[in-house]
Design a protein around this ligand. Structure first.
Ligand SMILES: Cc1cc2nc3c(=O)[nH]c(=O)nc-3n(C[C@H](O)[C@H](O)[C@H](O)COP(=O)(O)OP(=O)(O)OC[C@H]3O[C@@H](n4cnc5c(N)ncnc54)[C@H](O)[C@@H]3O)c2cc1C
Length: 389
């Protein structure tokens, strides 16, 4: 199989200078700007917009955007590294960073005209603007191709009606890329993507979700009521929206895989430290094989998830097909993030169940990874389709 032949030539286990630099920068930034506020933001569900502006100044809001459009012009390798470092501190900030970079910004970068790219990318890459991306609807999540929000042609305009839900930055986003129906239901080429600015008449935000985890990452509804959008706001060709969104999700899933790796890494290191400090029966609990074997399993899972994630990124960097590999990375990293966070809570015992220690938050945040940008079941669908085609 290709896992052992063709693709393994692309693997390089050494860290590049860029990777080391971005990891250190993200770590320092996280310690300074995120760590002191983690639980305040979590409790209040505040989306800390200033933090994203500051990350923009560091290049983290446009990691993949070429320098000519104001971005950092780096590769998936550095992008994954940045998400891991931020998510090991706070999953919420990692999720918002991933959605901004991989979904909204990347959709414009991949499918926008030169004019659209020049207009939107510098603002998004600098963090001046926050981006949202709307595919999901209340009645069509996994089955997104069955969406019902419509865009009906009216001369040089399209009139949008409907709603998108669970949208990251649904309220705070300055601009949204939305995929809506321009053709008939059941036609994979009956959907188109538009870039729409906040303030466009008929475009409003609805309910903000009250969530289990990822509480500092804003999740809200987008509502379209007779919203007139000029045809120049379409991304790519009419009818290409759904196919575009599948391509965007191929890259997006790598960032959710990185999010899972980051959360699992944070939970693992907290548990590793605690297990050597906490004493029961006159010795550190790490002396008990029941605990040390758990740590061994956790570390092995984190490492395997890292490899799958960087491999998917490497394929993307080299312009190779990545649909199956990004789904594998996303599936595995998400599932082990939940398992590792669960084990971390167990190692902390009763203290792990309190908000005085970080592991309960890792546990809550990790669960999103198995749901967002395609559930684990949908990843298995994507992987098995690729295997059986
Ligand atoms: C915090 C958060 C942020 C999000 N951000 C965004 C965003 O920015 N933009 C956006 O567009 N969306 C976003 N989403 C939406 C997310 O992508 C969807 O929630 C996800 O795709 C699942 O859709 P659903 O919730 O409607 O679940 P459903 O599709 O209703 O699934 C319910 C269950 O059925 C299973 N299922 C469905 N179909 C199948 C099948 N064929 N085979 C086996 N099992 C199946 C699912 O795996 C799941 O277990 C976000 C969601 C959350 C929670």
């Amino acid at each position: 199989m290709d896992v052992l032949t063709e693709n393994h030539r692309l693997l390089d286990f050494s860290e590049s200078e860029n990777q080391k630099m971005i990891a250190q920068m993200a770590r320092d930034f996280g310690q300074r700007e995120i760590v002191p506020h983690i639980m305040t933001w979590d409790e209040s569900q505040e989306f800390p917009i200033d933090v994203f502006r500051k990350m923009g100044a560091l290049g983290l809001m446009g990691v993949l955007v070429p320098e000519e459009y104001g971005g950092a012009g780096l590769t998936y390798t550095e992008y994954i590294t940045a998400i891991i470092e931020i998510a090991r501190i706070d999953g919420s900030i990692g999720l918002s960073l991933a959605a901004h970079n991989s979904l909204c910004t990347n959709h414009i970068l991949q499918f926008g005209t030169e004019e659209q790219k020049r207009k939107y990318l510098p603002r998004l890459a600098s963090g001046e603007w926050i981006g949202a991306w709307g595919l999901t609807e209340p009645n069509t999540g996994s089955d997104a191709g069955n969406m019902r929000t419509t865009a009906v042609r009216d001369g040089d305009y399209f009139i949008l009606n409907g709603a998108k839900n669970f949208i990251t930055h649904g309220r705070s986003g300055n601009v949204a890329v939305v995929i809506v129906r321009t053709g008939s239901v059941g036609d994979a080429h009956g959907m188109s993507a538009f870039v729409i600015e906040k303030g466009t008449p008929g475009f409003t935000s609805g309910k903000k979700e009250n969530k289990l985890g990822m509480r500092a990452s804003e999740t809200a509804e987008l509502i379209f009521t007779d919203c007139r959008v000029h045809k120049s706001q379409m991304l790519g060709q009419e009818g290409d929206g759904f196919v575009q969104s599948l391509k965007i999700l191929d890259g997006g899933r790598i960032s959710i895989a990185a999010l899972g790796v980051g959360i699992a890494t944070g939970a693992f290191h907290a548990a590793l430290k605690y297990s050597q400090e906490r004493k029961q029966f006159d010795q550190p609990i790490a002396n008990f094989q029941g605990i040390s074997f758990k740590l061994a399993d956790m570390a092995t899972k984190v490492e395997a998830a890292r490899l799958l994630t960087f491999r998917a990124g490497d394929l993307k960097n080299n312009g190779k097909p990545v649909t199956k590999e990004s789904a594998m990375a996303k599936l595995y990293s998400s599932e082990i993030a939940v398992e590792v966070a669960n084990d971390a809570v167990q190692i902390f015992g009763g203290y792990g169940y309190t908000k005085d220690f970080p592991v309960e938050k890792f546990y809550r945040d990790a669960k999103l990874c198995t749901i967002g940008e395609g559930t684990s079941e949908i990843q298995k669908l994507v992987i098995s389709r690729a295997l059986l085609k």
